[in-house]
Design a protein around this ligand. Structure first.
Ligand code: MG
Ligand code: MG
Length: 272
């Protein structure tokens, strides 16, 4: 969790962050082209790494660490299948199967500015539960973004996500949250996906936030694997995540990342 005061960005900085976000979105779409049964998550990682570097960026997750007890993250993207909530490590041994859902989380530094976005893909036909989970999680992100505006508070966003998600019998992850982003990957403030209306910091203009509901089909509890990265649901039920980077202005909020390119792919089924 990043401590301190949120950093207000200048218009020029937001333009640069937007460029980084565009590369993140293009990378997610490039990875999306290759998602199909039989492909390893390490293969997807190589696609992403090459694409980011070919476009002048650096994958910010590669070598990332929270503290001295966490080994550097080995991948350029996070690849989280089914009961993996986030931070799945790309591996040659992890092969995508029909019926899986897989979230791809990507962060990029481009000319010193950071963008961050995630999309959960369905592989072929998925169960009715997973389909509903994808719909609800994506709509939860939309509802979160609708609350992220000047005059509202962080608790309004958290409450909007939590109340919507729980109305379907699903749950929101508590132990991990969204965050400020732009000059670094994780900046203040924390952006929880749960909360109380009218509570918490007020959104201010020129904040840039990564908003990223993590929704579990079962209970909210999570566990971390011995690799210190892989986060999975304690009840092993599936989990999904969608994430956008947004910039807040006085009169509107702009979504800097986009799912449009991803959702033009013929192998991607759009839920919600
Ligand atoms: Mg992310
Ligand atoms: Mg993030």
């Amino acid at each position: 969790m990043a401590k301190g005061q949120p950093i207000k960005k200048t218009e020029e900085q937001i333009e640069k962050i937007k460029k980084s976000c565009q590369l993140v979105s293009a990378t997610l779409a490039e990875v999306g082209r290759y998602i199909r049964p039989g492909v390893s998550t390490l293969y997807l990682d190589k696609i992403a790494d090459t694409f980011i570097r070919d476009n002048g960026g650096t994958p910010i997750f590669k070598g990332y660490t929270f503290d001295k007890d966490t080994p550097p993250f080995p991948g350029s993207i996070c690849t989280s299948i089914n009961e993996i909530v986030v931070h799945g490590i790309p591996s040659a041994k992890t092969i995508i199967k029909e019926g899986d859902i897989i979230s791809i989380d990507c962060g990029v530094v481009l000319e010193g500015y950071v963008g961050d976005s995630a999309y959960t893909f369905a592989v072929g036909e998925v169960s009715a539960e997973k389909e509903k989970l994808l719909r609800v999680t994506k709509e939860a992100l939309n509802r979160a973004i609708a609350q992220a505006k000047v005059g509202n508070r962080l608790g309004d966003l958290g409450h909007a996500v939590q109340s919507y998600v729980e109305s379907f019998g699903f749950s929101v992850v508590r132990d991990m949250v969204g965050h400020g982003v732009g000059l670094k990957l994780h900046e203040p403030p924390d952006v929880p996906n749960y909360g109380i209306k009218g509570k918490g910091k007020q959104f201010q203009s020129n904040w840039v936030l990564a908003i990223e509901p993590m929704v579990n089909a079962g209970k909210h509890h999570i566990q971390i694997a011995p690799d210190k990265w892989t986060v999975f649901t304690s009840d092993r039920k599936p989990s999904a995540q969608f994430e956008h980077t947004v910039a807040i202005f006085n009169d509107h909020t702009e979504i800097l990342t986009t799912f449009a390119e991803i959702e033009q792919l013929t192998n991607v089924t759009i839920y919600g």
